[in-house]
Design a protein around this ligand. Structure first.
Ligand code: PAF
Length: 282
């Protein structure tokens, strides 16, 4: 496995193999967990070589967010990549990715607006900019992202379509702990009591899924029930929203596959989760 830290070396390597061998990219911010490993395994099914990027991207963190606290266990991450048969890991320092006077950002202006976009100004501009840059450096055939960051996937799909990036986007299902909590690098910052209370997120979403399977269609009632359950568990809800699974526009009734997405603070840790609600066929 090659571990590369600088942009020129990585891009040079990517250029020598471009068109000769198919590559699948798994972009990450490190602190790899089973969820990331599932992306790497899916990537192996989709291409001859698998690349992983590990970069805690400063431009997607707002003031007061957890950029400094974000876990960075690089040696453990490299060992995990080795075990998973990764071909190349690209792990640059911020100075490699952004010149001191960098002044170009990509902005998506429709699907990035609601949900997390309302609470994290500029976040998705930072995400699409770094993903575009990583695509230009790594030159992947396909790139794999997780459904837990559903809105992120939608924004990246728009960017790829609108700017004609020759990269296929593959979406992998959410991986959950045995008790249902969606896997996230941020879970490791939860204390024991917070970890227990965080379960309200997945439990509330599963309850909504059961309610919809049982005939519930009213989006507002579902949103209120989830917000109440999270409040009771001591979580600070940012949003609990039923939106169209393609456009992310709010819906009033669950009459076709609908994304039910949630974000809440558990202590200082911001967690997100989602499910697709499938309306009962009458
Ligand atoms: O999902 C993430 O880990 C990040 O947002 C990504 C896609 C690697 C961009 O920094």
């Amino acid at each position: 496995m090659r571990v590369i830290h600088d942009v020129d070396t990585m891009q040079g390597l990517a250029r020598t193999r471009y068109g000769q061998v198919s590559t699948a990219l798994v972009p990450t911010m490190g602190a790899l967990h089973e969820g990331h490993l599932s992306l790497i395994r899916l990537a192996h099914d989709r291409a001859e070589q698998v690349d992983v990027t590990i970069f805690v991207n400063p431009t997607q963190f707002g003031p007061g967010e957890d950029l400094e606290q974000y876990p960075r266990p690089l040696e453990d991450d490299l060992a995990a990549c080795r075990r998973e048969g990764v071909t190349t890991v690209f792990c640059p320092q911020a100075g490699q990715m952004y010149a001191g006077d960098h002044s170009t950002l990509i902005a998506e202006s429709v699907v990035s607006e609601g949900l997390c976009g309302r609470f994290r100004a500029g976040h998705f501009d930072g995400v699409v900019t770094v993903v575009a840059k990583l695509f230009n450096i790594m030159l992947p055939t396909v790139a794999v992202f997780g459904q837990k960051d559903y809105q992120q996937v939608c924004v990246i799909q728009r960017m790829v379509r609108d700017l004609a990036f020759p990269v296929e986007i593959v979406v992998a299902p959410i991986v959950r702990e045995a008790d249902g909590l969606a896997m996230s690098s941020r879970n490791r910052t939860l204390g024991a009591d917070e970890r227990a209370r965080a379960l309200a997120l997945s439990q509330g979403l599963m309850q909504a899924r059961a309610d919809v399977a049982g005939g519930e269609r009213d989006a507002r009632r579902l949103e209120q029930a989830l917000s109440r359950a999270l409040g009771k568990a001591g979580l600070q809800v940012q949003y609990a929203a039923c939106v169209d699974a393609d456009t992310l526009a709010p819906v009033r009734a669950v009459v076709r596959p609908t994304l039910f997405a949630v974000a809440a603070l558990v202590g200082q840790t911001r967690l997100i989760d989602n499910v697709i609600l499938q309306p009962r066929v009458e």
